[in-house]
Design a protein around this ligand. Sequence first.
Ligand code: NAP
Length: 323
Amino acid sequence: MTAKALITGLTGQDGSYLAELLLAKGYEVFGLVRRSSTSNLERISHLFSQIKIVSGDLLDQSSLMDVIAESQPDEIYNLASQSYVPLSWTQPALTAEYTALGVSRLLESIRRCKPDAKFYQASSSEVFGQPDESPQTERTAFRPRNPYGVAKAYAHWMTINYRHKYNLYACCGITYTHESPRRGTEFVFRKITNTVAQIKLGLANELKLGNLDARRDWCYAKDAVYAMWLMLQQEQPDDYIIASGETHSVRELVECAFNYVGLNWEDYVSVDPAFYRPDEPVQLIGCIDKIKTAIGWQPQHSFKQLVELMVDSDMKKLIQNGA
Ligand code: NAP
């Protein structure tokens, strides 16, 4: 029988890659999309004919129950959230509604309508905030430092509590930053690759950034969604860190992207304190020993490959758009 999967956050970066992966594996894929007055379907337009789009919202319990009762999924991936950290400071209550309470609504809907479904919750390294140790493991204490991280910590513990209390197959993947050509340009990685492509094509002449020494553990979104799927194929549910296991600075990223197009980064980059992030988390780096040994996952793409494939993609998009 064909396996069925429901993805929330289908229109986002990870949702679109996960849908491609599951379709390639022969799943019947249902994608939860919320009503919006403008179209946000760009990332999944190429998949329309293969996915069943279902209407629902993490803010609305009954819509989630209806979708689960009707689609009867074997696997549910909750990728939906308000995922932009700076916005969580200007809209903290809404962030909590989507990112924290939305998960309670979803877990409750699963418990009532399809308790044997396997559930993946998208946790985030932001739950560690200012961690006591580096690298972080699945046992590192949560010390979130922004409303997004606090909301993700709530969702994480609710998922684990539903696993213990109701015996749901529910697990959390603590993902560190992951990037792709489908990432929004408000995120620093894509901002850099997109601006480098623009500079190379003569469409821009400056790249303004915040702290060049900030370090991140970046991996490729396609690698991350493969880990999510793999987690739900195990006999027992468990929580895992999904990361590259190494950090790189913004400066290294800038250097790598400019080198790739044959330009000297120092001719174009300026530092603007307006882009400094308040409460910059220090040394967030994931230890991936557990996921490597328990389920055999590790990233398939290096940092350099990721930078280059994103610059290539941004150049291609700009040229297609008539640059
Ligand atoms: P994304 O591109 O920002 O996508 C977020 C998705 O959530 C969008 O499809 C959005 O739909 C949907 N959504 C927001 N509010 C909703 C609501 N009330 N009801 C239903 N859907 C709603 O995020 P992503 O980068 O793919 O990340 C996937 C998940 O991993 C998120 O939970 C994120 O917080 C988490 N995460 C991501 C990273 C990363 O580096 N990418 C790292 C750690 C954790 P609309 O199109 O309607 O806005």
